[in-house]
Design a protein around this ligand. Structure first.
Ligand SMILES: Nc1ncnc2c1ncn2[C@@H]1O[C@H](COP(=O)(O)OP(=O)(O)OP(=O)(O)O)[C@@H](O)[C@H]1O
Length: 156
C-alpha cells in the first residue's frame, strides 16, 4: 500500500502520468473517492501520459468514454448513475473486461458483482488543501503497474 500527498491538481495529473508508465493491456483500475475528489483528473493525467492530447471529460452521463491511444483500447467508466444491471448487457459491457482492454473505473461499488477484481485500487481523499492518494495492488499485474509508476521518470 502506498500513500502520497497531492497538494494541487498538477500533482494529481503527475500521478496519472506516472501510472501511465505501468499500464499494460488488460489492466483494471478502480478509483474510489467522493464527488470532486479528482478521479477524472487522475484519468486525464494517465491519458496525457499515454500521449492523448484531446479532451478528457467525465463519463458520468455516458457511463463510459473510449479512447484509442498508444495502441491501447482505453475505457474510462463512471458508474455513479448506474442502477439497473440490465443496462450492463444492453451497453455491451459483458465483453469489455476481456483481459485486453485497459479500464479505469469510477464508482465501481455501484456495479458490484459485475466487475472483475481490480488490479490496482486508488483512493483519493479530499483534504483542507489538496488530496491524499492511497494506492493498492491486488494482482501481479497491479504490482508491476505500481512498481513502474514509482520508478523515476526517464529523462528525455
Ligand atoms: N490534488 C488536488 N488538489 C486540489 N484540487 C484538485 C486536486 N486534484 C484535482 N483537483 C480538483 O478537484 C476538482 C474535481 O476533480 P474531478 O472532476 O477530477 O473529480 P471527480 O472525482 O472525477 O469528480 P466526480 O466524481 O464528480 O466526477 C477539479 O476542480 C480538480 O481541478
Amino acid at each position: 500500500m502506498l500513500k502520497t500527498i497531492l497538494p494541487d491538481e498538477n500533482a494529481t495529473l503527475a500521478l496519472g502520468g506516472a501510472i501511465a508508465r505501468g499500464i499494460e493491456p488488460g489492466l483494471v483500475v478502480f478509483l474510489h473517492g467522493d464527488l470532486g475528489a479528482g478521479k477524472t483528473t487522475l484519468v486525464r493525467g494517465v491519458l496525457r501520459g499515454l500521449g492523448f492530447e484531446g479532451r478528457v471529460k467525465s463519463p458520468t452521463y455516458a457511463l463510459v468514454e473510449l479512447y484509442e491511444v498508444s495502441r491501447l483500447d482505453f475505457h474510462h467508466f463512471d458508474f455513479y448513475r448506474f442502477q439497473d444491471p440490465r443496462e450492463w448487457n444492453e451497453a455491451g459491457f459483458r465483453d469489455t473486461f476481456d483481459g485486453r482492454r485497459v479500464s479505469f473505473v469510477e464508482w465501481p461499488e455501484k456495479a458490484h458483482g459485475l466487475l472483475p477484481t481490480a488490479d490496482v485500487e486508488i483512493t483519493l481523499a479530499i483534504q483542507d488543501v489538496g488530496r491524499v492518494a492511497t494506492l493498492k495492488a491486488n494482482t501481479p499485474m497491479g504490482i508491476r503497474c505500481l512498481e513502474a509508476a514509482m520508478r523515476p521518470a526517464p529523462v528525455r
